[in-house]
Design a protein around this ligand. Structure first.
Ligand code: ATP
Length: 515
């Protein structure tokens, strides 16, 4: 069986070969951790964004959207805490000259202990069969106990070091537990240093006093500084939310995982403004709504898990991540944070403006608390591609690569394929396409054998191939071939809309979310 590493490499190659993701400015050998989306990638990405946007805006009458600028007044980032505290702890290996995030090295170390424990459990479960009692095994098996104790010890030191911002202790953990650089294999580490992740540039010419401004590292601040504008002009009543999709920029220290960690990426964020004291109720509400959104895609419920934060950000009083099982392990795709009134209070202080909300029911003014859901478009894209990529052996020794994308998100929904390029079949095929193209993204292909054409569509995840043959001219029926099971059925042209719509309409997913 191919290793997960191989699968990931194949996925990256496939993404490029089929026009999903290209390295940025590739003719100049690319730019670190920056990527471009190709003709199929942009469709998939837009569909993901639409799925998120409509789930927020259509399903919640008290959530509205905005589109704020990337550039913001520099004081915004002072107030938000990013100028002083948006840092990652970095460490270099002196032999490989590679740079790492100290916290990520320790998280990987913890994951290794988890893996060891899981392996013991799986081995024992196999040995004991139905009579296996996992709880008892965890509590009594010496090897599990030993590994668990080590893990707990490292975890306790890690959490304390993060909370105390103790960089020496982070290094001490790395040294004490023999973490080696995966490339050089040595423990020759530098000290840990803080590194600010914000990109800056200058606005205006130097002659008239240019101003240093930042490329936003998150979209959220555009929402905070506009919350009262939206509340007043939209006559919104608390609780209400503001949603936004947009680019964010972070000068990431380590960027070696394709589109998982990029320096320019896209976020879909929603800030939900609530009464102080009600934030935990809404935190639970949004956790539930967001996990339903993910699971409705049908990639497999077991691929998701919640992971509570070891260290809360400077603004949060509760935080959890939704993690997805990527080819390189469970990783964060979305964060759900209870941000208290930190941001709004801070903007009030720094701007000197009153941005309190007057609650007509309570007849009092207060600074709302905020629950935030923050998801990366690119990480969602990667999780969907990774879960959809399949290599299949077929009968007769043939094989195929198929992207089993959720049909709702597939870049192309329908391929229109005349069996031959003559006898009036192309004309009939065009007629069918002209009827379907207003509702579904269609593609027309008349080149090569029908088998080759099917493979091309499998590789980009097209759920339906429609073949037009000589019989079609007589009975107005076509062959529909389904991507996942490759089954073919003969259907009336007039039934096509219903067959396709039933699978690709987003309504089906929305119904699963609201239940
Ligand atoms: P990480 O711990 O992986 O650096 P984070 O906790 O800093 O992520 P948040 O600040 O919570 O991330 O950002 C919210 C979401 O934005 C993340 O869940 C992720 O999907 C996305 N995101 C953050 N940084 C990046 C990045 N460098 N590249 C792609 N997506 C990102």
């Amino acid at each position: 069986m191919a290793s997960q590493d191989d699968v990931f490499k194949k996925l990256i190659a496939h993404s490029k070969e089929y026009g999903f993701v290209f390295p940025s400015s590739e003719i100049y050998d690319g730019l670190g951790a920056v990527y471009d989306y190709g003709q199929n990638g942009v469709e998939l990405k837009n569909n993901i964004k639409r799925y998120w946007w409509d789930s927020m805006i259509l399903l919640n009458e008290n959530v509205v959207g905005i589109d704020a600028a990337i550039f913001m007044h520099p004081t915004t980032w002072k107030a938000s805490g990013h100028v002083d505290a948006f840092n990652d702890p970095l460490i270099d290996n002196k032999d490989s000259k590679k740079r790492y995030r100290a916290d990520v090295l320790i998280e990987d170390l913890l994951a290794k202990y988890d893996e060891k424990i899981d392996k013991e459990i799986q081995k024992a479960a196999k040995r004991f069969g139905d009579s296996f009692d996992e709880k008892q095994f965890r509590e009594t098996n010496p090897r599990v106990l030993e590994n668990q104790a080590k893990r707990d010890e490292i975890h306790a030191r890690f959490v304390k070091a993060l909370n105390d911002s103790d960089l020496d202790e982070l290094k001490a953990i790395i040294v004490d537990y023999d973490v080696v650089d995966p490339i050089s294999g040595t423990k020759n580490w530098t000290d840990v240093r803080q590194f600010n992740l914000m990109f800056s540039t200058e606005m205006g010419s130097t002659a008239d006093g240019a101003m240093k401004i930042y490329l936003r590292p998150e979209t959220a601040q555009g929402i905070f500084v506009n919350y009262l504008n939206v509340q007043k002009t939209g006559r919104m009543k608390i609780p209400f939310g503001i949603a936004q999709i947009g680019k964010a920029f972070r000068n990431e220290i380590v960027a070696r995982q394709f589109i998982f960690r990029m320096r320019e990426f896209e976020q879909m964020e929603m800030q939900f403004f609530v009464r102080p004291g009600e934030e935990m109720k809404w935190f639970e509400h949004w956790k539930e709504m967001r996990i339903r959104w993910h699971k409705a895609l049908g990639l497999g419920d077991h691929k998701y898990r919640f992971h509570d934060h070891d260290k809360l950000a400077h603004y949060a009083n509760a935080a959890t991540d939704i993690e997805f099982e990527m080819p390189f392990g469970f990783k964060e795709v979305e964060g759900i944070h209870s941000r208290t009134d930190f941001d709004l209070s801070s903007h009030e202080k720094f701007s000197g403006k009153n941005i309190k909300y007057f609650d007509p029911e309570l007849n009092q003014s207060y600074t709302p608390y905020v629950i935030e859901t923050s998801i990366g478009v690119d990480r969602t894209f990667l999780s969907i591609m990774a879960a959809s990529y399949c290599e299949e052996q077929l009968e007769g020794g043939d094989s195929r690569v198929v992207l089993k994308l959720p049909p709702v998100l597939a870049p192309v929904k329908v391929a229109i394929l005349p069996l031959v390029k003559k006898d009036g079949l192309p004309e009939k095929a065009r007629e069918i396409m002209d009827n379907l193209k207003f509702d579904f993204k269609c593609t027309y292909d008349e080149k090569d054998s029908i088998g080759k054409r099917y493979r091309r569509q499998d590789a980009i995840g097209t759920p339906f191939c429609i073949t037009i043959d000589h019989q079609t001219l007589e009975d107005d029926c076509v062959t529909v071939r389904h991507r996942d099971n490759m089954e073919q059925e003969r259907v009336k042209i007039s039934d096509l809309f219903g067959i396709i719509d039933q699978q690709v309409n987003m309504k089906n997913l929305f119904r699963k979310i609201v239940k």
